[in-house]
Design a protein around this ligand. Structure first.
Ligand SMILES: [Zn+2]
Length: 247
């Protein structure tokens, strides 16, 4: 049974340490890698289990833990390569870190990073196939559609009006819900979704499970997002950091 772990469920603007920034683990795959996620991967013995990393976009709350994670893989003497899938721009960021002395590969062990830059990735990881789909945000954001057996999971990253999703049938939807309707104008300005809108998308794609994430707490409290999503989609779940589910 696929195991999903919510490593970080906070938005960039989440205040405090109660929720780390975005990251989700699913059976050898890591979707986004916010700050602090490396330690959690180590605590859960997941660091060496990662075969592929999928980055949705280059905002720091989805990305800034990636360098630490790669450095930890070098320190742990990982020998097999790591595939990273991302939209354009990641290569120059990784090169900048590398040039500053942060080793992101290891000739001694053979560890290296294979970077695949694409807006329409197709990848195979074990029994899973992963397809990238561009979703509307203030910068280029690639959502990922994961398929196995006859099931489909979508991880949106940050998005506003994910119209490219609506033609798909989705079983498990991990959707950002940064704001409530009270802050809809802010959501629009920064390319985000309200919890109500996320719930409506879950209905539209026929999702069996909706996980709302990328939670902000400076406007309304996190619980207000869950209540709003559940007003449309009663079984909506708002995972806490480190919460796990079997799909
Ligand atoms: Zn963003």
């Amino acid at each position: 049974m696929p195991r999903i772990v919510f490593l970080g469920t906070g938005a960039g603007g989440f205040k405090g340490s109660g929720r780390l920034k975005s990251s989700v683990y699913l059976d050898g795959m890591l979707f986004d890698c916010g700050a602090g996620v490396t330690g959690r991967l180590e605590d859960l013995d997941l660091l060496d289990k990662i075969d592929a990393v999928f980055i949705t976009h280059l905002h720091s709350d989805h990305l800034s833990g990636l360098y630490d994670t790669l450095v930890s893989m070098v320190v742990e003497r990982r020998s097999r390569p790591l595939n990273i899938y991302a939209p354009p721009g990641l290569s120059s960021l990784l090169n900048t870190y590398s040039s500053l002395g942060n080793k992101l590969s290891s000739p001694e062990t053979g560890f290296s990073v294979n970077l695949f830059v694409s807006l329409s990735t197709t990848a195979r990881v074990g029994e899973y196939t992963v397809e990238g789909v561009v979703l509307n945000h203030v910068v280029t954001n690639v959502g990922y559609i994961v398929r196995w057996s006859d099931r489909v999971l979508v991880y949106t990253g940050d998005t506003r009006e994910p119209s490219n999703l609506l033609k798909h049938k989705v079983d498990y939807l991990i959707h950002e819900a940064t704001f409530t309707e009270r802050f809809k104008d802010v959501a629009k300005r920064y390319g985000h979704t309200t919890a109500l809108e996320a719930a409506k998308t879950a209905e539209a794609v026929g999702a069996k499970k909706l996980f709302i994430t990328h939670i902000e707490n400076r406007g309304d409290p996190a619980e207000a997002k869950l209540r709003e999503a559940q007003s449309v989609y009663p079984e909506a779940i708002m995972p806490k950091d480190l919460e796990e589910f079997t799909l």
